[in-house]
Design a protein around this ligand. Structure first.
Ligand code: NAP
Length: 468
């Protein structure tokens, strides 16, 4: 029994590793996401308990760890509760900032606290941990600032910037290599830390605020890699496993996002995307559009047998998802087939639309990925676009000069009728005109998404008795 208790932390670590793997697996689908969150929580609780049992330190160490956990929980819990859904990207950035700072500080403590400076493989892992940790810390704070409007969102660029950035990074790497090769003078490590911190800021400056969600996924991967390296430094297998999973999943996510936008990684990181869009946004279209009222929309919907709803960023901003569910319920009750088309980069963060629609209890079997539903638009009476713009812009298919050329889109323009709810003729994230709005079969419903959908729900209720 005694030996079981002594080795209990190893079992705790093993189960924590399993829980982390299952958590990531389950988080990949809305129907299992809750289970994924619970598995992750259990995994982390086991990791903390295992670490407590593993540590052979005096009681006052336990007390300081508990105090740190309590302070973290007091800040984190209200933040998670009070944060609006649309602010998830910036709060994710903030949590990466603190996670990577923790890894970098642990590495720094290891560097200074041991009697003999770390050497061999340990110093290699430690330098990687500290470099990624500190640069991810400042880069994530910058990403948070851009998304929260505290730092100017457009890319800040100057001539030769990419070269300067790479040269600065190379300087940091040289400083990092120094203690790996030989005993370094006292100033080398602090200088290395300062370079890593400054590079984090330089890395983010040329990237526009709109690309921050992709960059945040990449920073997630850096933070994971830093934690993984910390696992090697400390000889902690669980950190190696959890860090590697975090690094791989963050990287995979950023690649998926780039693919869904048909942009290369280098274009996101070095392309200063927001700059290009400012120029294009200047050209205002003067062609007429067909505008309609909520009453017109209700009539058209009630005369349809199939409706596909394509939600976008505007639905998220106006928090219209509950009203959208009400509208879908009303139409379904009247025998109309209602489905939802989800573009992989609709909104401003991965899974944005799935999360919002799931929050409004829209059944998962009505949510369809773009590639699964696109061929159904020609058989659809009405494509109802709610606060989406770029992800339904047909220019992506044919206009080689367009910033979104090549991005796969929802084929809403192939439906018999298109209705678009948005407040004005303003552009979306990419800053480009949308020819869909000028199409003869498109009706524009100008107004805030939530208010407009609420009005359509009212009109639908007023105009048609529920079929039994
Ligand atoms: P979008 O192109 O940004 O367009 C959103 C539209 O919503 C705007 O044109 C805006 O027009 C309208 N809108 C804003 N507030 C509204 C409100 N309260 N009520 C009604 N309408 C409102 O959005 P999207 O079609 O979802 O496309 C997402 C874009 O973000 C893509 O370009 C994608 O590449 C990019 N992106 C996505 C991610 C991700 O992970 N999802 C990450 C990075 C970048 P008005 O101002 O006229 O209302």
């Amino acid at each position: 029994m005694h030996s079981f208790l002594q080795s209990f932390w190893q079992y705790a670590y093993l189960f924590a590793a399993f829980a982390t793997v299952f958590s990531i697996k389950w988080l990949s689908h809305p129907s299992t996401a809750r289970r994924g969150v619970i598995a992750g929580e259990i995994g982390f609780a086991l990791a903390i308990v295992g670490t407590f049992l593993r540590l052979e330190v005096s009681p006052h160490h336990y007390i300081s760890i508990l105090i740190a956990i309590a302070i973290g929980a007091m800040i984190g819990a209200p933040m998670a509760r009070l944060m609006p859904m649309t602010a998830v990207p910036q709060f994710t950035a903030l949590s990466h900032a603190f996670g990577s700072l923790a890894a970098a500080l642990v590495g720094t403590a290891e560097y200074y606290l041991t009697d003999a400076p770390p050497h061999g493989f340990t110093i290699v892992a430690l330098i990687i941990e500290v470099l990624l940790g500190f640069l991810t810390f400042t880069a994530s704070l910058m990403a948070f600032g851009k998304l929260q409007g505290l730092v100017p969102s457009p890319p800040i660029t100057y001539k030769g910037q990419n070269f300067v950035n790479l040269a600065f990074l190379a300087f940091g790497v040289v400083l990092g290599l120094w203690p790996m090769i030989t005993t370094a003078p006292f100033w080398v490590y602090p200088a290395f830390v300062v370079v890593a911190l400054i590079f984090g800021v330089m890395f983010i400056l040329p990237i526009g605020g709109g690309d921050m969600p992709t960059v945040i996924a990449l920073l997630n991967s850096f933070a994971g890699a830093s934690a993984c390296a910390m696992g090697f430094t400390l000889g902690n297998q669980l950190l190696i496993i959890a860090g590697a999973l975090n690094a791989a999943s963050g990287f995979t996510l950023s690649v998926i996002m780039c693919k869904a936008m048909n942009r290369s990684f280098t274009n996101v990181l070095f392309g200063a995307f927001g700059k290009a869009q400012e120029k294009v946004a200047g050209k205002a279209e003067t062609k007429p559009v067909h505008s309609a009222t909520a009453e017109d929309a209700a009539m058209l919907l009630l005369n349809s047998s199939r409706v596909i709803i394509a939600p976008g960023y505007g639905m998220a901003v106006s928090q219209a998802q509950h009203k959208v569910r009400e509208l879908a319920d009303q139409l379904i009750k009247r025998g109309i087939d209602v489905q939802f088309a989800i573009h992989p980069v609709a909104g401003r963060m991965p899974g944005h639309m799935n999360v919002l629609l799931a929050e409004a209890d829209i059944p998962y079997d009505r949510l369809h990925e773009m590639e699964d539903i696109n061929n159904e638009f020609p058989e659809t009476d009405v494509a109802l676009v709610i606060g989406a713009n770029d992800v339904v812009n047909p220019a992506a298919r044919h206009d080689k000069t367009s910033a979104i050329y090549g991005m796969p889109i929802l084929d809403v323009d192939k439906a018999r009728h298109v209705m678009v709810i948005k407040r004005s003729m303003n552009t979306g994230f990419a800053g480009i005109e949308n020819e869909l709005y000028y199409d003869d079969k498109t009706l524009m419903l100008f107004g805030d998404a939530k208010g407009m959908v609420a009005e359509i729900v009212k009109q639908v209720g007023a105009q048609a008795p529920v079929a039994v």
